[in-house]
Design a protein. Structure first.
Length: 521
């Protein structure tokens, strides 16, 4: 995909943002909410200062969109995340233009949109990663400006970095790793270490803590539940020497191997200490009153310290999660390290800009764009029109279409049978299934998770609050174990006819239906 002729990089990026946003709007409308998305929307119907799994940003965004629109369709709740990624694309352009130039900024923005973990999932789905990545890019941009700013401008840039860092923490706890990378840079960078003797970074830290404070308050009043849950993922007693390699390879697939590999080469090159004999660094650290002036040494190029800073921001998520996998008893999900790779796109954009004249580079970018468009189109057509029918069951143990559609057929069937009168309370023995079922049944049905691991459902609607009520129980898997586990919670459980999850007349799964008479505990 060659750069448009006679077009400024700024205009090209704007066209990129508009074009990709249109594609995402169509994708968001065609695809139903996934398991995690449904869970966040349904459990997040009860507004709170904090949530069990993650800080509030993503929950508030989906809730706010549904409240403003008066409905919670998949497109509506995804709109804030599509808009945030449009802003992220612009911030990536500005960040790379600051590190290199506007041409490199355009290619960094293009590659960001072509990487599936960013351009497809983060850019469209109801996940904490959307606001996280946008806030981290804003923080990195402000930090780059702050480190080379004059005294008056420094206050504004450091304040901006602090607010954005706070918003990143308000989106996802893993933002602390990227923030730790900034602290490491200030400690090891001889020419910027002087900032640690000045009040600006500490103002930024206080602002970040202030933005994050509602999460601390919620945890303090809820037994530190969220902190304990996330912290537990980093502990374990088993040693798995190959797990870090597996995690890195999985991350390579999520980013795309032909993007990941050169990105990692640039990451290592930027992180390694080296001397650059080039033009003098075009910045000057203006001292606080009473301090001697300090000017950057003439053998340190601007691009060198900026690349080193980006490598420091990238290192903790990439290296940290790979190392945790070596001992953690929990599965490390590949997208957790995505913020680390996010910080490497400016380096890759600069490298591509210098090589875009090569035919194989242009063909690779065009082929990647075509591959992503084809994949998104196939998924959209399947979930909307069931074009492949049952053929997917021959290559997958369970038809993936089941997760890609909204289970609205449940509401149609149960309503027709008179099982969903006003005030109905539905119990589900799995938080994942509770999200999909709750979204399919609609916001006027109260959802309980009848399991010890209820996640946010346990705070939104504690089952104890419904003691003595009859509960409609829906079970997605084998009903026998669920019925046995739930037997002690009710006076008796009555089995009813199952309800189908269907797409255009094809039944994908039968959901077991039971009525629990008088909830005991």
């Amino acid at each position: 995909m060659p750069e448009p002729p006679r077009m400024s990089p700024q205009r090209a990026v704007i066209l990129l943002i508009v074009g990709t946003a249109c594609v995402r709007l169509l994708f968001a409308e065609a695809l139903g909410l996934g398991m995690d998305e449904s869970y966040m929307v349904v459990a997040g119907r009860v507004l709170s200062l904090g949530y069990f799994d993650h800080p509030p940003a993503a929950w508030w965004l989906s809730w706010g969109a549904a409240w403003l629109a008066g409905n919670e369709s998949a497109l509506v709740v995804r709109l804030p995340f599509i808009a945030l990624f449009a802003l992220s694309t612009w911030l990536m352009f500005r960040l790379t233009a600051l590190v290199a130039d506007a041409r490199a900024g355009f290619w960094a923005a293009v590659l960001l949109n072509l990487s599936p973990v960013f351009g497809v999932t983060t850019a469209t789905w109801v996940l904490p990663d959307g606001p996280l990545d946008c806030a981290l890019l804003g923080a990195a941009l402000c930090l780059l400006h702050a480190l080379s700013a004059c005294e008056r401008a420094a206050w504004g840039w450091w304040s901006g970095a602090g607010v954005c860092a706070g918003l990143a923490l308000f989106s996802k706890y893993s933002a602390v790793l990227t923030i730790a990378g900034a602290v490491v840079y200030l400690l090891i960078a001889r020419d910027h270490r002087t900032w640690l003797r000045r009040p600006h970074p500490y103002l930024a830290a206080m602002l970040a803590l202030l933005v994050f404070s509602p999460v601390i308050l919620w945890n303090a009043t809820h037994g530190w539940a969220s902190f304990a849950f996330q912290g537990d993922r980093a502990v374990g007693l088993r040693f798995q020497p190959l797990a870090p390699l597996q995690v890195l390879l999985g991350e390579a697939l999520f980013v795309l191997p032909w993007i990941w590999l050169p990105m990692m080469v640039l990451f290592v090159a930027a992180a390694l200490p080296r001397r650059i004999v080039t033009s003098p660094a075009p910045y000057r650290v203006v001292p606080a009153r009473g301090h001697a002036a300090e000017t950057a040494p003439r053998n340190l190029a601007r691009s060198d310290w900026q690349a080193r800073l980006l490598a420091c921001l990238a290192a903790p998520p990439i290296i940290g999660f790979a190392l945790i996998a070596a001992w953690s008893s929990r599965r490390i999900l590949f997208h957790w390290a995505a913020p680390g790779y996010l910080m490497l796109f400016p380096l890759l954009g600069q490298a591509i800009s210098e090589r875009i004249g090569s035919a194989w580079v242009r063909r690779s970018i065009a082929a990647t764009a075509g591959l992503i468009l084809i994949a998104v189109s196939v998924v959209s057509l399947q979930t909307r029109f069931d074009v492949l029918g049952s053929a997917l069951t021959f290559v997958a143990r369970q038809d993936p279409t089941l997760e890609g559609i909204d289970w609205t057929s449940l509401r149609t069937d149960l309503t027709a049978r008179g099982l969903l009168p006003p005030g109905t309370v539905v119990g589900v023995p799995s938080w994942r299934d509770a999200g999909k079922i709750g979204f399919g049944l609609g916001p006027d049905v109260t959802i309980l998770c009848l399991h010890q691991d209820a996640r946010q459902f346990g705070f939104a609607h504690p089952p104890a609050s419904f003691e003595g009520r009859d509960i409609l129980i829906l079970v997605v898997g084998d009903p026998a174990p669920a019925e046995t586990a739930l037997a002690g919670m009710f006076e008796r459980i009555e089995r009813l006819d199952p309800a189908p999850i269907a797409l255009r007349g094809r039944v994908l799964h039968q959901v077991s239906v039971m009525r629990g008479h008088r909830l005991l505990r």
